[in-house]
Write a new protein. Structure first.
Length: 318
């Protein structure tokens, strides 16, 4: 693709996921037998980049990723799979001192709910040198996707670098820190996208209804963000900017695995914004992507194609 096309840039974690499917999630101290397992690409930075790249295959939009992998078999696998999705990797570092990140996932195959343990590895070594290495990409980017699976100081530096170039910053506050976000980070965020548990941690409000989600979004805006998108799981989405807001009902899909829903949501939101859509429309695109991701298994592998998103959005409007 031409460098003149809009660029969605993801800055964050890259993992290989070991995802086991079981009849239910284990209780603390309990051992259960899984039915099967899958080894594949994961990590929030990687997932969002891969999902955005798959969505933009038929669109005039580029996707790139800034991060690190180790000099190990998992690193080779991650790089190979990202390239297959179509992600630009000129700013992906092979770290000689740290292993590739790893995530251990158990999925309840009845409900689709999951439990995840992450070993950060090279992700936790990311620092300002990674931002310097990707300076050209930050200059070219239209939208920056950030998450919290890498050191918070690096996230803050990436947001500052994006601000200098007028790049729209989307922050997925996952995993949400118990002590909240740095005060300096809030005003650098254009859109924050917490799910239910993250909203509760950040605001003290459990967004069980649209009204409660609206209160939570207002609380987030008071911290300095320009817009908040509260993901309510199977109950829908509430979006809010400085002047208006609204509720998007859940899409009628049958979920089997929720692992990729949040990352695909953010990728869809980024693609929508890169297309120049207003926040309400871009949020609908994100919600459709997240819903479609729940209908298939895996992390990055669950990302939908743009044609599938258009079909779902059209079916709802008819």
């Amino acid at each position: 693709m031409s460098d003149a096309f809009p660029l969605v840039l993801s800055f964050g974690s890259i993992n290989i996921d070991v995802a086991a499917r079981a009849l239910r999630l284990p209780s603390p101290g309990e051992t259960i037998h899984a039915e099967s397992y899958v080894l594949g690409l994961g990590g929030k930075g990687s997932n969002q980049a891969a999902a955005a790249a798959r969505l933009s295959r038929s669109l005039p939009i580029r996707t790139a990723l800034v991060g690190r992998v180790g000099l190990d078999a998992f690193g080779i696998q991650a790089r190979t799979e990202l390239l297959a999705f179509g992600v630009e990797l000129k700013a992906l570092l092979n770290d000689p001192d740290h292993p590739t990140g790893l995530a251990l996932i158990i999925v309840d195959q009845k409900s689709g709910e999951n439990s995840i343990t992450v070993i950060g590895g090279a992700n936790m070594a990311i620092d300002d040198t990674d931002i310097t290495r990707a300076d050209v990409l930050f200059s070219e980017a239209n939208v920056l996707l950030l998450q919290l699976e890498v050191p918070i100081n690096a996230v803050l530096s990436a947001a500052r670098r994006a601000a200098r170039s007028g790049v729209s910053v989307i922050l997925d506050p996952a995993p949400a820190p118990a002590n909240g976000l740095p005060v300096e980070l809030w005003p650098l965020i254009d859109v924050i996208t917490p799910n239910e548990s993250e909203t509760l941690i950040l605001t003290g409000i459990n967004p069980e209804t649209p009204e409660l989600a609206a209160h939570a979004a207002a609380s987030l805006l008071r911290r300095g963000v320009r817009a908040a998108v509260v993901k309510m799981g199977a109950k829908g989405v509430w979006w809010q900017d400085e002047t208006t807001g609204g509720f998007i009902p859940p899409f009628p899909v049958t979920p089997c695995d929720t692992v990729a829903a949040g990352d695909c949501f953010n990728a869809g939101l980024a693609i929508g914004l890169a297309q120049g859509r207003p926040l309400a429309e871009a949020t609908r695109v994100g919600a459709a992507c997240g819903a479609l991701a729940t209908t298939r298994t895996g992390a990055a592998q669950a990302a939908p194609e743009w044609s599938e998103v258009v079909t779902l959005l059209t079916s709802i409007m008819e």
